[in-house]
Unconditional design. Sequence first.
Length: 300
Amino acid sequence: MFQINNLNCIQIKVINELDKNLIFEISDVASNNQNIFIAQRETANIVKLDSLGNFIKYIGNKGRGPGEFSRVNNIQVANDKLIAQDNYLHKISLFDFKDNYISSFRIQTSGDIFFDGELIFQKNLFSMKKLNKFKIYVYDLKGKIVNKMFRNDYVGKDITKTILYNSGRLVKIKQYLFGFKKFERKITKFDYKKRTKLKELDWGNKLEIEIPEPSKDGTISFFPEEVAFHDIISKDNRIYCIYNKYDEKSGTYLVIFDEDLVTISDRYIDEKVYTDILSMNNKFYLISEDYKLVELHLDK
C-alpha cells in the first residue's frame, strides 16, 4: 500500500528490503527495465538484482585480471551493456547483457562516469594541473579518447579542496551534458557537440553550509552530505535529483529540472534518508540508507 504525502502529492511504497547478508555496501546503483545493479567498492564486485530487489548473482571479483576489480566505484547501464569503473586501477570494464566480460581499458583519471550507450563521459575528479588538464574526458567503447572538454583553471596545491569542490555526477540530455558539483550544489550545462559552456546554476545558495577546514595532514574528516546532492538521473528530458537536509522538515527531497535548468518542482518525499534514485519500466524507485527498495509515484 502506498504511503501518501498529501501536501506534496508524492506517494511511496516499500517494495522490498535488500538482503544485507548478500549486499554489504552501496557505492553506486544502475538499472535497466529488468534488473538493478549495485556497485560494491570494497568487496570489488557488482550485485545483480531483479526488478523487485531479489538477489540473482555477483558480477566480477577482486583481482587485476579481465573482469576483475580492485574497487568498483561507478556503474552505468545502457544499450544492454554494463559499464564499471575502477578508480584504483584507473580502468573501465564492459559486460554484455548476459553479464559476460567483454573488454576493459585504462582511463586518464578518476571521477564519475555517464554512459549514453555509445560514449562514456568521465568527470575529472582532480583539477591540479600536474595531474590532468581537462575537466571531462570522452571515450568510445574501445577506450579511445574522442574528446577532451574544458581545461582546468585551478592553480592551487590543496588537493583536499580540489576533491571537495569537484566531486560530482554527470547526466546527459540530447547533446547537452550536465555536470553536478556535489558539495557546492552547482549545476553546469554544456553543449557536448559544440564543446561550449551554456549555463551554470548556483542552486546551492538556498542551502547554506560551512565547508570544514582540512586537518594538518590535509584530510577532511566530515563531508556535509546532509545538504549535498545524493543522486541524479536523467529521463524524458528532465533531471531528477534527491537530496537531504535537516531543518524544520528534515528528510529527503526531490528536485526536478528541465533541460534549461529551470526548477519544475522541489518537493519533500519522506523523513527517511534515501541515497539512490533509479528508473525501471517508466517508474521511479529509491533505495534508503537502511536498504529498502521503495517505489516513488509522482502525481502529475
